[in-house]
Design a protein around this ligand. Structure first.
Ligand SMILES: [Zn+2]
Length: 100
């Protein structure tokens, strides 16, 4: 289980990383089948560029909402206005108010 990222100041651009993961999903989903694809954690921590594996089905479910992000467990920075939607063993889904 991963620890919450320690980020005193800098926040990464979660919207850009979400878009990056989306492109990766589009490229790899056909070949992946039901196998996990490596993505980058979409949390807002400027110190986190950790790999996160989701199957294509998990990726789609994690982005069902327009402001939903897929993050590693515990990677939710509440002071960014993030709210946990679902907690899975491998990843959490967080609603990120700042990209609404
Ligand atoms: Zn993270």
């Amino acid at each position: 289980m991963s620890e919450p990222p320690n980020t005193p100041t800098y926040r990464k651009n979660a919207t850009a990383w979400r878009a990056y993961n989306r492109r990766r999903y589009e490229l790899e989903r056909a070949a992946a089948g039901d196998d996990p694809i490596p993505f980058v954690c979409e949390c807002t921590s400027g110190a986190c560029f950790a790999a996160m594996e989701l199957t294509p089905r998990q990726f789609r479910a994690a982005h069902r909402g327009a402001t939903w992000t897929a993050v590693l467990p515990e990677h939710v920075l509440l002071d960014d206005g993030s709210r946990v939607v679902v907690r899975h063993e491998t990843h959490w889904v967080a609603k990120l108010v700042s990209i609404a």
